[in-house]
Design a protein around this ligand. Structure first.
Ligand code: NAD
Length: 367
């Protein structure tokens, strides 16, 4: 049963590392939520995050009880004041933690990728079906103001059916180290980490078609480029460059029912310029969401380019996280369904898994 009280929704966050800070800051700014507890297997880290949240609440004039710290998600779930949970742990624990959250009747905002394997993702979908709680997947780019504006145009039919999409996220030295670089724990490298954001975004704008066939490739020629110190990078809370077992480049062509095609390339390490791109090509119009929102169409036998005047035409992380958290609070309350449901998380895991399988076998995989 969705929490029906008018009191702010009690929030627990499992995993107190780098991404947790974004969740916690956004919950702190949502008047309909209150942070109750943080859990981390590293209790000192959970305690530091909890203290940070308590101080932030006071700063925002939302002083309440001190935020509690636990050493495991099971202890956090035993806290009756926790009504909904963000799962911000490393990828290998998303499924087991989310299943426990759902089994307790609570809703779960599960960071991306929803899971490492199809079986783990299916376990989350099954647990949601048997629970009163709901799942939202952490596809934060869907909530960025530029994506929300484009969705309005796309839903109004301005693009028509999208039959081709190109998604690119090429980093020069972007391996976050630690568990991200351990394939057993993360499930893979840039493909399952950042690639899943771009795949998901393109797929969402294509109308979430069923994938039919995947041809993928990966490469690990450069390693993690841990020697590069002149560029900042996203780092795991347990940053360590001494080990690396993930690919540093991946790409794919995905074919969908109805004939639409998606082209993806993504890297952690590459000799070349960083590139971010998301382009959609439809029968009535086209759009670039990244690097800057632009629409393309035809008017009076002339090709035109439309530049929306918005606060930010590129991914804007602060409002994107705020929108994502606000959307989860509404979904957990049962006020509206999330725009990023578990079924979408499962579909992305299926596609990512097929890309890795295709790369390993050197052949196209049929889904
Ligand atoms: N949405 C985004 O743009 C985005 C960006 C970065 C990371 N992420 C995702 O967020 C998740 C966490 O990434 P991060 O960068 O914060 O990693 P991190 O290494 O900084 O933090 C992970 C934390 O989880 C804790 N932890 C591990 N297993 C646990 C368990 N069973 N119970 C409780 N705590 C546990 C670790 O001790 C660590 O503090 C990953 O799934 C990652 O893919 C999403």
């Amino acid at each position: 049963m969705a929490p029906s009280s008018s009191a702010p929704l009690g929030i627990g966050v499992v995993g107190g590392g780098s991404i947790a800070e974004w969740h916690l800051n956004s919950y702190a700014n949502n008047p309909d939520a209150r942070i109750v507890a943080v859990a981390d297997v590293d209790l000192a880290r959970a305690q530091a995050r909890a203290a940070q949240c308590t101080a932030l609440a006071a700063e925002l004039g939302r002083a309440a009880e001190p935020v509690r710290a636990y050493a495991s998600h099971t202890e956090l779930l035993a806290d009756a004041d926790v009504e909904a949970v963000s799962v911000c742990t490393r990828n290998d624990t998303h499924s087991s933690v989310a299943v426990d959250v759902l089994a307790s009747g609570r809703s779960a905002l599960v960071e991306k990728p929803m899971a490492r394997t199809v079986a783990e993702a299916e376990a989350i979908v099954a647990a949601e079906a048997a629970s009163d709680g709901v799942v939202q997947v952490g596809y934060v780019r869907r909530w960025s103001p530029n994506a929300q504006v484009l969705k309005t145009f796309a839903d109004a039919g301005d693009l028509g059916p999208v039959y081709y999409a190109k998604a690119t996220c090429l980093r020069q030295a972007g391996n976050p180290g630690g568990w991200f670089a351990d394939r057993e724990v993360s499930g893979g490298g840039p493909l399952i980490d950042v690639g899943v954001h771009f795949l998901d975004l393109a797929w969402w704008f294509m109308g979430a078609p069923k994938a039919q066939a995947v041809s993928g490739y990966t490469s690990d020629r450069l390693g993690n480029r841990g020697n590069i110190e002149s560029l900042t990078r996203w780092k795991s809370a347990d940053y360590d460059v001494s080990k690396n077992s993930v690919e540093d480049l991946a790409g794919a062509v995905v074919r969908f029912e109805g004939g639409a095609v998606l082209h993806l390339d993504v890297s952690y390490s590459l000799h070349g310029r960083p590139q971010i791109g998301l382009a959609l090509f439809g029968e009535r119009g086209g759009a670039e969401l990244e690097p800057a929102l632009t629409l393309f169409t035809e008017q009076h036998d002339t090709i035109t380019e439309v530049v929306p005047h918005v606060d930010s035409r590129s991914f804007d992380i602060v409002p994107a996280f705020q929108n994502e958290i606000d959307g989860f609070v509404r979904a957990a309350r049962g006020l509206e369904p999330s725009i990023a449901p578990a079924a979408h998380g499962l579909e992305m895991v299926k596609i990512v898994t097929a890309i890795y399988e295709s790369a390993d076998k050197g052949t196209e995989i049929t889904l």
